[in-house]
Design a protein. Structure first.
Length: 397
């Protein structure tokens, strides 16, 4: 049997969804047909009722008992194929089967011992496995005792069928339970993946727009001050604003599609522009040495640099910022360490904001760490990511 979430709405043939209750009339008919096939074992009791061997009272009692037995069996097994009964209701229905099967077989003859097949199936389908492994042989034993009442003392194929079908239904029941659990787990994984994607987009948009909008704001203010006396320089600032806004739009589109991986060298160049526009003296390292650093780790450091510089420009009030990039050997192995230190106040916040919190998550995914806080002369952010052994020690500012 296959499991296809789109089955039932279309498809070349009937598809039975394991572990799900019927959702429409077609599903009801398919599952009734699947369960109804097993009613073939009722042919012997029905033939016995119509043979005229019993009195009128015996025939009526047998027909009524058989009708109750079939209704209880179908209700129990059909409902249990998707949604289980409450324990008390299931126990009542199973008790009806457990009483009627031996009573009808003992009172009306050996032709009725086929009902023990249904009792065994019901035990395997509805009881927990630890109980079913005892109930099924117990059903077979009671069936054997009933047949002894009618002179059958040998172990025959009917007894083997009761035991084997019962244990087979334990396997089917376990398959249904496992399928239900897998379906729930898959839904949970899908929900977690969606939440993770939302978190990724939130981090990317915060980092991208926070940096770009801060730069646009600074250049707009600078252009406004230059406009009366230096219209040419103001026009250049406006042109820079247009370029930054276009790049921000490209970055947002790439972040939404999930393909953007910022490069550290590009962010260093952008850092120079942003700090200079904000009137902050920048001390930057030379071309970064990225030997032994994978792309995810480099991307995490690039995001760290962008977030740190955005905070310097927007919150610190600093007039000097130093960026250092060094390879270090630690107890956990070689790392590439990015340090951004300014002489400002570090902002008014008393803890990590959304940007630093998201940055911490990025670095942790890359196997790195983040340290940020006030230092002796201002505010310092230190981000570290793993680096393979053998990288040369880079220079600082």
């Amino acid at each position: 049997m296959t499991e296809d979430p789109r089955a039932g709405a279309r498809g070349p043939g009937p598809q039975v969804r394991i572990g799900q209750g019927p959702r429409n009339r077609r599903d009801v008919l398919i599952k009734l047909l699947w369960i109804g096939v097993w009613l073939v074992f009722l042919s012997s009791p029905v033939h016995d009722l119509t043979s005229g061997r019993h009195t009128t009272a015996g025939t009526v009692a047998g027909a009524a008992g058989l009708a109750v037995f079939v209704v209880a069996y179908l209700t129990l097994v059909f409902r249990n194929m998707g949604r289980s009964f409450p324990p008390r209701a299931g126990a009542v229905l199973l008790g009806i089967l457990a009483v009627l099967a031996p009573a009808l077989g003992y009172g009306l003859g050996a032709h009725w011992t086929g009902l023990f097949v249904y009792l065994s199936v019901a035990c395997g389908a509805t009881l927990p496995p630890r109980l079913a492994v005892w109930a099924i042989p117990g059903s077979g034993l009671v069936m054997y005792l009933v047949k002894m009442r009618w002179g059958a003392y040998a172990v025959d194929e009917d007894l083997l069928m009761v035991v084997l079908i019962g244990f087979a239904m334990i396997g089917v029941s376990q398959l249904v339970r496992t399928t239900i659990e897998l379906r729930k787990a898959r839904a949970t994984v899908a929900q977690l993946a969606a939440n993770e994607e939302r978190l990724r987009l939130a981090r990317d948009l915060h980092d991208l727009l926070g940096h770009s909008l801060s730069l646009i704001t600074l250049k707009s203010e600078l252009a406004g001050r230059m406009l009366p006396d230096h219209p040419d320089k103001a026009a250049q600032q406006v042109a820079d604003i247009e370029q930054v806004s276009r790049q921000a739009l490209v970055d947002v589109r790439e972040a939404v599609t999930g393909y953007r991986r910022p490069r550290l060298a590009v962010e260093l160049a952008g850092t120079q522009v942003a700090l200079t526009a904000a009137g902050v003296t920048a001390e930057l390292p030379d071309e970064p040495d990225l030997d032994g650093v994978d792309r995810d780790a480099e991307s995490a450091l690039a995001w760290a640099l962008r977030e740190a510089v955005t905070n310097v420009v927007r919150h610190s009030g600093a007039d000097r910022c130093a960026v250092r990039l060094l390879h270090r050997q630690t107890l956990d192995g070689p790392v590439l360490e990015l340090t951004v230190e300014d002489n400002g106040s570090g902002g008014s916040g008393g803890g990590f904001g959304n940007g630093l919190t998201g940055l911490t998550e990025r670095l942790e995914k890359a196997g790195g760490t983040l340290e940020a806080g006030r230092c002796r002369h201002g505010f310092r952010l230190v981000a570290r990511v793993p680096a393979a052994a053998g990288g040369d020690v880079g220079s600082g500012a």
